[in-house]
Design a protein around this ligand. Sequence first.
Ligand SMILES: CSC[C@H]1O[C@H](OP(=O)(O)O)[C@H](O)[C@@H]1O
Length: 363
Amino acid sequence: MKIDNVSYRSVWVDAEDGWSVHIFDQTRLPWSLDILRLTGRDQVAHAIRTMQVRGAPLIGAVAAYGLALALRHDSSDEAMERDAALLAATRPTAVNLGWAIRRMLTRLRTTAPADRVAAAYDEAGRICDEDVIQNEAIGRQGLELIEQVAGLRPGPVNILTHCNAGWIATVDWGTALAPIYMAHDRGIDVHVWVDETRPRNQGASLTAWELGRHGVKHTVIADNAGGHLMQHGMVDMVIVGTDRVTRTGDVANKIGTYLKALAARDNGVPFWVALPSTTIDWGISDGVREIPIEERAGREVTHIQGRDETGAPATVQLVPDGSRAANPAFDVTPARLVTGLITERGRCPATADGLCDLFPEYV
Ligand SMILES: CSC[C@H]1O[C@H](OP(=O)(O)O)[C@H](O)[C@@H]1O
């Protein structure tokens, strides 16, 4: 995607040294665009754990490069398995992380140690290139849904999204936002209701930043406002991303997604989930029981980051000293509340049959 008319991906290998890896520090957005140069395994692990880099497809891609960086230090079998396990354990919910590491190991275990670094960079690069292609295809699949609504009546197509599933959550294009970018670029009048997405505020700080940079009309709202807007006919559809989808169509996504799905169902608003097939966990069926939900630090709830009147970054405490906080970072929306899944191969019902029809080779 472009920033000030310069094309970027969310992760790239340094063009000069050919081995260090660059990402945007997403904890610094929207106030400053800081590019981090990653040079080792521990730096990559820290970036994923602290959400300097986040978004299901992107953490998989960055972890893949993290393994390549680790192999530069030690390409032995023991070190490779150890480093892969460490990177795979940095965050539990997004299945793309484990998928990417498993894909890397599949290639590297049959590669001679002396050839592993080159093979790792090659495979990580393929993961990135495929993510871009998949997300662009998701954009085209979702664009058709927006075009259908735009053809029904004049005025903007109003889309609500939760968290950030934009280009900065993936290698490029995004998932939930890809159809929106394509509709905007084709002159369709779209407006996005951007859930702030407490407690990390990925919507307020990342989705709003992305859409603003691309010139897409948007309004940031409190997470709790979505149901009201749906009741008053102000939302034509919901499109969200996801971190893990079961083989039966249950959807894990940022905390609060489930509540939006309930409000959408109650108000007859289509609730779409956009995902590349790398986000499908074919090994599980019951999302509520089987998807691991990351529990993050309570400080993310008790404190909030922003900038003060002088423009300086600031962190303020929101709750009384001594109050405890719970911080489940994801929830699971049962398939019955999902209108459909938007994948790189097409749209399908959130059902085992729907996914099997699109991806028969995985079943
Ligand atoms: C395109 S996947 C985006 C997905 O990842 C986010 O989680 P996090 O910000 O914690 O990495 C969120 O669930 C988004 O929907």
